[in-house]
Ligand binder design. Sequence first.
Ligand code: C5P
Length: 228
Amino acid sequence: MGKITIAIDGYSSTGKSTIAKRLAKSLHYIYVDTGAMYRAVTLYALDHDLINDKGEINAPKLVEALPDIALKFVPNPETGRSDMHMNGQNVEEEIRSMRVSGKVSKVSAIKEVREKLVKMQQQMGKDKGIVMDGRDIGTVVFPDAELKLFMTASPETRAARRYKELLENGEEVSYAEVLKNVQERDLIDSTRSISPLKKAKDAIEFDNSDMGLEEQFERVHDFAQRVI
Ligand code: C5P
């Protein structure tokens, strides 16, 4: 078989992007972090006062502004990865903050936001040779993907991983706050009416709570080799 499409879905902070990035590199495939796209739209909404103090989103105004939000992944030679640029600005760091994490699931539940981003994602993957991670990749974006993984881990394991990352980025945050955010996002993401997070029927479920990075990578790489 030639190049394939690999869809990696799962709950927040399951380490999807770490594995997806590494897999893409080893296969010489493109990697796309769709969470970064939803996060960038959320940052736009926050910066344009489209989310009030109570956390309510002005959805009609945000939908109206969608054509003005240009998203692009730009390779960063320093890190060897791609950074999310929104309207020409590198927002990679800002989109990972708790300010954005706290609102992104609500923004992602808006139908028009999903329509715009899903279309872009399908375009990015039209020639295959892609590893894409998110919540609805195997169910909605690429239902015909040749390999689908659904990653899970306990909420505590996931919150501990995210907490460590945030501290490394210099963010002042407590573990309890991160755990609450992870649980809230899981709940909103899996119960929303449009494209809820769920395992595709033909996805391989992969619980990595007790697995180191090396072992995870080897297993996932092995799954891919069997299909390619
Ligand atoms: O993957 P990450 O945790 O960065 O995603 C942030 C949020 O973006 C998720 O909690 C979810 O609300 C939303 N998302 C989504 N569909 C995707 C990717 C992310 O709804 N394909």
